[in-house]
Design a protein around this ligand. Structure first.
Ligand code: NAD
Ligand code: UGA
Length: 463
């Protein structure tokens, strides 16, 4: 029997876009995305489709094309589980903040809650798909819960990790490099795999749909993120050496990237990687390696995080040093707060940590980001608990006008690579800044020569 009804638990950055694309490409399947967060579900159902809670280029059009037809957003979790033949678990798996594995292991409490809820509600056989990023061997824990607390129905567990990147989620979902599906090697397992393959085959070429055993699939997701993050930390490590030696990291990246064995992607030096997953997934990998006593393996990957922390901190330190060793009372304009362009997501954004360091030195920060709201920015800062909420609001202001952010500033720091920053009237910005007017380009985004010609003192990363 083909899949007729899908339920996805978790209407976040992954659940929302992934299910919207499945629904659009599979008009015969009813897709219901459920979440406990009523505000989020209400936003997904907002009459004005531009108000959906996640900003991704192209997403609102896809949602508009199938919402109310075969794509539904709801808080009725039990009902959607009960109806579904296939249930995706797409809830958050943050780093644990308590107990054993604190600061390293993935917190699987939301996953376990989902498994228990599915077990309680399901009255007929279901395929349960791990969409969240999970430690290798989680499927056996889910299976254990389902089999021991369920109503005697059969469950097949598949691993189908998501590789989309934020900002390009829709393009990544429509044209994935590959779709990975792991399942049991038994006949029932292979049948379940085939059902999920059939759904993706509605738009993904068959040769891009890869099937493996469950453990390979789970571990491949952590491995992919570790490799990607490792490339960024590798080029960032070299950026510091470039600054000392007169080499230019962009030129080095180009030179090595033309070697087809290395490849040119993910070699952009920056103020450090952010986002909800790279750090969390590598810490998780480190934790898993340690739990098997593989200390050298753990140390190897942990270095990627250590390097990234260093890169974020040294950006702030350089601003302080260059501004004559004090930023106290000096206005510094932040261009960008999101962890990368084309998203309103700020989780683990380098901007948060740079701002925190500069606020500790009593700088006055003015932030402009085209997509991030003021309350999110203060939420991010308050979360660090470095100072009181009042102090954060005294030290940092948020504006929706980039020119106002830079007005009478001593320096501008580019934290996110938004395209619009390249189009600004930089002469106008320069004229209204204090002199010397500094630009610290944490993304090597702007035209160095043009800015220097205007009169800016320009510093990029790695040159
Ligand atoms: P998110 O925080 O945006 O969304 C998760 C949602 O799950 C939240 O809205 C939360 O309310 C909901 N939820 C949690 N427990 C629930 C429960 N018991 N019942 C119903 N709803 C529940 O997270 P995300 O960014 O979408 O990430 C989800 C998973 O996908 C994570 O494991 C992450 O590592 C992985 N992932 C994320 C990305 C990305 O780009 N963000 C990419 C690939 C994989
Ligand atoms: C990343 C992976 O690219 C996705 O494949 C994966 O699905 C996802 O994590 C996940 O599991 O959550 P994402 O974090 O959304 O996606 O965005 P990336 O494009 O990977 O960027 C991550 C961070 O690295 C950003 O802060 C970005 O600015 C930075 N980066 C990226 C660089 O500094 N230099 C680069 O060359 C590339």
């Amino acid at each position: 029997m083909n899949i007729k009804k899908i339920c996805c638990i978790g209407a976040g950055y992954v659940g929302g876009p992934t299910m919207a694309v499945i629904a659009q490409k599979s008009p015969d399947i009813k897709v219901t995305v459920v979440d406990l967060n009523e505000k989020r579900i209400a936003a997904w159902n907002d009459e004005n489709v531009e108000n959906i809670p996640i900003y991704e280029p192209g997403l609102s059009d896809i949602v508009a094309s199938c919402r109310g037809r075969n794509l539904f957003f709801s808080t009725e979790v039990d009902k959607a589980i009960d109806e579904a033949d296939m249930i995706f678990i797409s809830v958050n798996t943050p780093t644990k903040t308590y107990g054993v594995g604190k600061g390293m292991a993935a917190d699987l409490k939301y996953i376990e809650l989902c498994a228990r809820q599915i077990a309680r509600v399901a009255k007929n056989d279901k395929i349960v798909v791990e969409k969240s990023t999970l430690p290798v061997r989680t499927a056996s824990a889910i299976k254990d819960i389902l089999d021991n607390t369920g109503n005697g129905v059969q469950f097949q567990i598949l691993s189908n990790p998501e590789f989309l990147a934020e900002g390009t989620a829709v393009a990544d979902l429509l044209m994935p490099d590959r779709v990975l599906i792991g399942g049991d090697t038994t006949e029932e397992g292979q049948n379940a795999i085939q059902k999920l393959v059939d759904i993706y085959a509605n738009w993904v070429p068959k040769e891009r749909i890869l099937t493996t055993n469950v453990w390979s699939s789970e571990l491949s997701k952590l491995t992919a993120n570790a490799f990607l993050a490792q490339r960024v930390s590798s080029i960032n490590a070299l950026s510091e050496l470039c600054e000392k030696t007169g080499a230019d990291v962009n030129e080095v990246a180009k030179a090595i990237g033309m070697d087809s064995r290395i490849g040119s992607k993910f070699l952009k030096s920056s103020v450090g990687f952010g986002g909800s997953c790279f750090q969390k997934d590598i810490l998780n990998l480190v934790y898993i390696a340690k739990s098997y006593g593989l200390n050298e393996v753990a140390d190897y990957w942990e270095q990627v995080i250590i390097m990234n922390d260093h890169q974020k901190r040294r950006f702030g330190k350089n601003i302080i040093q260059t501004l004559y060793n004090t930023v106290s009372g000096k206005k510094i304009a932040f261009m960008g707060w999101a962890f990368k362009k084309d998203t309103n997501d700020t989780r683990e954004s380098a901007a948060i940590y740079v701002a925190d360091d500069l606020l500790s030195e009593r700088a006055e920060i003015a932030v402009y980001d085209p997509k991030v709201q003021e309350d999110q920015i203060f939420y991010d800062l308050d979360y660090l608990e470095s100072r009181s909420a009042d102090e954060n609001r005294r030290g940092l202001t948020v504006t929706n006008d980039p020119y106002a952010a830079a007005d009478k500033a001593h320096a501008i720091a580019i934290l996110t690579e938004w395209d619009e920053f390249k189009t600004y009237d930089w002469k106008r910005i320069y004229d209204n800044m204090l002199k010397p007017a500094f630009i610290f380009d944490g993304r090597n985004l702007l035209d160095k020569e043009a800015l220097q010609k205007i009169g800016f003192v320009y510093q990029g990363i790695g040159s």
